[in-house]
Design a binder for this molecule. Structure first.
Ligand code: CA
Length: 672
């Protein structure tokens, strides 16, 4: 009998173990994730309406307590419905109704529970994360050394990616800071500039649809990930570069177990509407603490963007306080070098003067630390609890509204902990936080109620720094609503009405020339979502810019209740609508060489239209420059010789489609 049993088990061992697979779909059944353990390796694949969007791709991770990428068996599966109705004032939609199905795929190794892979699938979004179990009861922690998490797309997929910057390079060794231009409609199989790509990452699945990759729920318990592009066209998730912040801090992750990794997200859609309207970055995360107070939205001005470092002075800041007051804006941002050029005593006077005018201050800090050479002060305050909290107590005493902390330069776990520590302390002192020179915020609006916005984009400063970025301003702006700005607030700091990027708005003096129209500037104030905005306008714009444009900027909100995608293609044009209360703002911009006529469905009623026409004499020159045909290639439009004649008009409408023509580098806004 014993012998027979032995022979029987030997036969069993010799047989290949049948792969097991389970699936979970979104509530309407169209988006489906299939998880398999074929060959002992966990994989997932994604279809939408039966069309493949992600081919079988690896899952799993390696840790010091075990290799959870191989030798695994799918031993359990549980499915449940998830519903969450929540409000976050700082995101694109103030109220969200999240409905999804959760599938928990349990994997065992050597007969013992090893990891769960938890997928949540809503109509167009997938979020997944790993839960790691202790191999022995007395194991409480682990070090995760790498993830197998990968993404393999069908043939013919193209990409819209921003290369990860190399470590400790760029201005004063402040990189990586997510400040590389997105490259549009590129074939797969590259690896950026050798360091992979940042999140978010957009992929076009031929004519079948789109996939947007990102991550969310990243806090001090993990690091930020990046994407490595393989030569075969697949991608894998990688941890930060060891050389970041001078090699200090690990690029691996320490995790208490049982414990979870952050969420990786995929937004999958046949058209671009779910890409622009997704809320997945906030759907699956939890508030990390309660707001100490109501954090209000705000608009403001800042001298730095057009007058640079030398004008962070007491008299110039007084002018900007008066300017914000004249605009009806709530704040000014006192940028770099106030510690030496204004001084603490004058900062107190400035805060008092601002208070009289009904304006509050945002105050800039260098984050360091030992991780950058940026000379701009104040330095070495925000990096340690002891100095940070004393400073924040002073800021609170002054009635300061928030801080802007710059120059972080790493996605390592130690740096993610610093972001979180700054936010936690700032909340205690009633301060909102804006980050610059920073990582992509990953779900932070919901996780941290005083988190307002972040850079992590080639922002307005680059329009000042060089003509190249001005020449491609419209091109870049048409990418953000589909990629960077759809997963997190984006502090672009734009909407300048200056013709030229210099303090004098004088085209005879040195400075990059703005190629875009004034209406384009107004449109981006709506297009770029950020609960706190500092617009690149100057006190001089009260007299040197068109009154209709200044009036619009006085009224434009920064808190939005809803967003609707209408039309567009990343790199060419975009038309969307945002709602604030009962008012809808319809906006569009065009980066294509030729004018584009778009249709916007409006309910009956009165509306105000801001639109561009091009001066006939210069229109001819512009056409000559661009050629007659609108090319389908996505090369940014270099320059325009056009002079725009922007205008505001009031109309009444009986309901139905309204046609608007947007010239190259122009825009439109309809307020109803
Ligand atoms: Ca920057």
């Amino acid at each position: 009998m014993k012998k027979i049993a032995l022979i029987f088990s030997l036969v069993l061992l010799a047989l290949p173990v049948a792969a097991k697979e389970e699936r979970v779909a979104g509530p309407d059944g169209r988006l489906v994730v299939t998880v398999s353990d074929e060959g002992g390796k966990p994989t997932y694949s994604v279809t939408y309406d039966g069309v493949a969007f992600v081919a079988p791709s690896p899952l799993g991770l390696k840790a010091d307590i075990g290799d959870f990428t191989a030798g695994l068996a799918l031993t359990g599966f549980a499915r449940e419905a998830v519903a969450d109705d929540y409000s976050v004032p700082t995101i694109k939609a103030s109220t969200v109704h999240y409905r999804a199905n959760r599938g928990v795929f349990s994997f065992a190794k050597d007969g013992k529970p090893a990891i769960d892979i938890i997928f949540q699938v809503s109509a167009n979004d997938i979020a997944f994360r790993y839960k790691i179990y202790p191999p022995k009861p007395d194991t409480k922690v682990c070090v995760i050394t790498e993830e197998a998490t990968g993404y393999k797309f069908p043939d013919g997929t193209t990409s819209f990616l921003s290369p990860m910057m190399g470590p400790m390079s760029g201005f004063a060794r402040t990189t990586p800071s997510y400040e590389t231009d997105y490259r549009a409609d590129e074939p797969l199989g590259k690896n950026g500039d050798g360091h992979g790509y940042v999140f978010p990452a957009l992929f076009r699945n031929g004519n079948d649809g789109w996939v947007l990759l990102s991550e969310t729920g990243v806090n001090g318990t993990y690091c930020g990930g990046r994407l490595i592009g393989n030569a075969d066209g697949s991608y894998r998730l990688a941890f930060p570069m060891p050389e970041e912040i001078g090699g200090n801090g690990t690029s691996t992750v320490g995790l208490a177990i049982p414990g979870c990794t952050p969420w990786r997200t995929l937004t999958v859609a046949r058209d671009l509407k779910p890409i622009v309207e997704t809320t997945v970055a906030w759907d699956v995360v939890e508030p990390q603490y309660e707001a100490s107070q109501v954090y209000e939205p705000s608009r403001g001005s800042w001298s730095w963007i057009l007058k640079m470092d030398s004008n962070t002075t007491y008299p110039v800041q007084l002018q900007y306080i008066d300017f914000s007051a004249a605009m009806g804006w709530e704040t000014i941002l006192v940028d770099a070098l106030w510690d030496t050029q204004i001084g603490r005593e004058n900062m107190e006077k400035l805060a008092a003067y601002a208070k009289e005018k009904g304006v509050r201050l945002f105050v800039w800090y260098n984050s360091n630390g030992y991780w950058n050479d940026a000379p701009q002060g104040p330095r070495n305050i925000m990096n340690r609890s002891v100095t940070r909290r004393a400073e924040m107590a002073w800021l609170q005493k002054l009635g300061v509204k928030g801080i802007k902390v710059d120059f972080f330069g790493s996605d390592k776990q130690v740096m993610l902990q610093l972001y979180e520590d700054i936010l936690v302390d700032a909340n205690e002192y009633g301060l909102q936080c804006v980050f610059h020179g920073c990582t992509l915020p990953r779900g932070w609006e919901r996780m941290y109620p005083n988190f307002a916005s972040a850079e992590a984009v080639v922002a307005s400063e680059n329009l000042y720094f060089g003509q190249y970025r001005c020449d491609r301003e419209a091109f870049s702006a048409t990418l953000h609503p589909f990629i960077r700005n759809t997963v997190a607030a984006m502090d672009f700091g734009g909407s300048t009405l200056n013709k030229v990027y210099n303090p004098f708005n004088d085209t005879a003096r040195r400075g990059s020339i703005r190629r875009t129209s004034d209406v384009f500037a107004l449109a981006t104030a709506v297009l770029f979502q950020s609960y706190v905005q500092h617009f690149a306008m100057t006190p001089e714009n009260l007299t040197d810019a068109p009154a209709w444009a200044v009036d619009f900027m006085k009224e434009v909100p920064t808190k939005w209740d809803e967003v609707k995608f209408i039309d567009g293609y990343p790199g060419q044009f975009v038309v969307l609508a945002r709602r604030a209360g009962d008012k809808w703002y319809y906006v569009g911009i065009n980066a294509s060489a030729e004018s584009r006529t778009v249709e916007v469905d409006l309910p009956a009623g009165a509306y105000t239209l801001y639109s561009d026409t091009v001066e006939p004499a210069t229109a001819k020159a512009a056409r000559k420059l661009h050629g007659k045909k609108a090319p389908l290639t996505l090369e940014p439009r270099q320059t325009t010789a056009a002079t725009f004649l922007g205008a505001r008009e009031s109309r009444t409408h009986k309901g139905g489609a309204v046609k608007v023509t947007i010239p190259c580098n122009g825009g439109f806004v309809i307020v109803q």
